[in-house]
Design a binder for this molecule. Structure first.
Ligand code: PHE
Length: 358
């Protein structure tokens, strides 16, 4: 029995894994195991022999069983330790950087403008970039022979051979959305319409595609004073300049407003960088005026009952001014370095109370 004990305690101590341990259990104390067979021999013994051999065999069986259990627990602990060692994860390591895009200054400024005008009760309207010449010109009191058509450097769409209808145009301004909004909503209303517009023109401050935001308010008893107040409130909120910004209203002419005014903003140019709020230069940022009665009529609104004011502002212009961007052409180069430098975090949503830009 001592030999059996030494043999199995030695084997159990040396078992490498749970499967090996199970084999040993079957060999020693399984139904046909060595110790079980020995217990069967008890029957052939004399009662005296049995009295000593029985308890001794039982004790040996218990000893082997507890050695098996202890080893099993030891192996499980070791296996767990090994897993903890190899599957260990340092959750304090910095995460893998993911390339994050930025919002283009035009998208950012469009959001800012929308936030400010929303606060003033204007909702956002949209229209197509390819429009009929009626919406882009005629309905806005620009008849076919009008010099404004030539001045606008219009891009015309192609018509099939033999199709003599006037060609569609790439809208030269966002003003056609005035007409579409009048048709859709009637009076009273307050809308802005941001979006891309097109003119054949190219230099430091002109690109063939650029962006405007149209504004249109129609109500009873609206006057130039309301227009001026709205624009001043907008500029104050938009430029967030400590010293304030100065506006200049210049009498002007547009076929679709009467009277009309162009609005310039005081700025300076130094080494190609533009600074708003100070200096001796003025940069035109918008055209505006009281909506011409013929335009109200074209939109289906009775001009004897309603008045409106309208303005069209260059989004790219005011983006250049606010963020000191010297060359408009770079807006559309898709240069990643430029986009990273002048772009905005997509998570910073501009609001009037939370700050327009950070
Ligand atoms: N549509 C004009 C332009 O593009 C701007 C404008 C809009 C002027 C509305 C007056 C009223 O220059």
């Amino acid at each position: 029995m001592d030999d059996l004990r030494d043999k199995y305690l030695g084997l159990i101590a040396g078992a490498a894994d749970e499967a090996g341990l199970e084999d040993l259990r079957v060999q020693a104390v399984g139904k046909k195991g060595e110790i079980s067979l020995k217990m069967r021999e008890l029957g052939k013994m004399t009662p005296e022999e049995r009295q000593t051999a029985g308890p001794a065999l039982n004790a040996l069986k218990d000893e082997i069983n507890s050695a098996l259990a202890a080893k099993k627990a030891g192996l499980a602990d070791a296996a767990l330790d090994e897993r903890l060692r190899t599957e260990w994860l340092d959750v304090t390591l910095p995460g893998r950087g993911r390339g994050q895009g930025t919002l283009h200054p035009i998208a950012q400024v469009t959001e800012e403008v929308t936030a400010i005008f929303a606060e003033l009760g204007f909702s956002v309207a949209e229209g197509p970039r390819i429009d009929t010449d009626w919406y882009n010109f005629d309905a806005l009191n620009i008849p076919g022979h009008h010099p404004a058509r030539a001045e606008m450097d219009t891009f015309y769409m192609h018509r099939a051979e033999g199709d003599n209808r006037p060609p569609h145009v790439l809208r030269t301004h966002t003003s056609p959305v005035q007409i579409r909004s009048m048709e859709k909503m009637g009076a009273p209303m307050r809308i802005i319409c941001p979006g891309g517009v097109y003119r054949a023109d190219y230099d430091q401050t002109h690109t063939p595609m650029f962006h405007q935001v149209e504004g249109l308010a129609i109500d009873k008893d609206l006057s130039m004073a309301n227009l001026k107040w709205v624009l001043e409130e907008f500029v104050k909120a938009f430029f967030e300049v400590d010293g304030g910004v100065e506006l200049r209203f210049r009498a002007s002419h547009f076929p679709f407003t009467e009277p009309s005014a162009e609005v310039d903003i005081r700025c300076s140019w130094e080494d190609g960088t533009v600074k708003v709020g100070e200096g001796d230069d003025w940069l035109e940022i918008l055209g505006s005026g009281m909506v011409h009665p013929k335009v109200l009529q074209a939109g289906g609104i009775d001009p004897t009952e309603w008045q409106g004011f309208a303005f069209g502002m260059g989004i790219d212009r005011i983006a250049m001014l606010k963020y000191g961007i010297p060359d408009l052409r770079a807006f559309f180069d898709s240069d990643l370095r430029w986009l990273r430098h002048y772009g905005f975090s997509a998570l910073d949503v501009p609001t009037l109370h939370g700050g327009l830009s950070r």
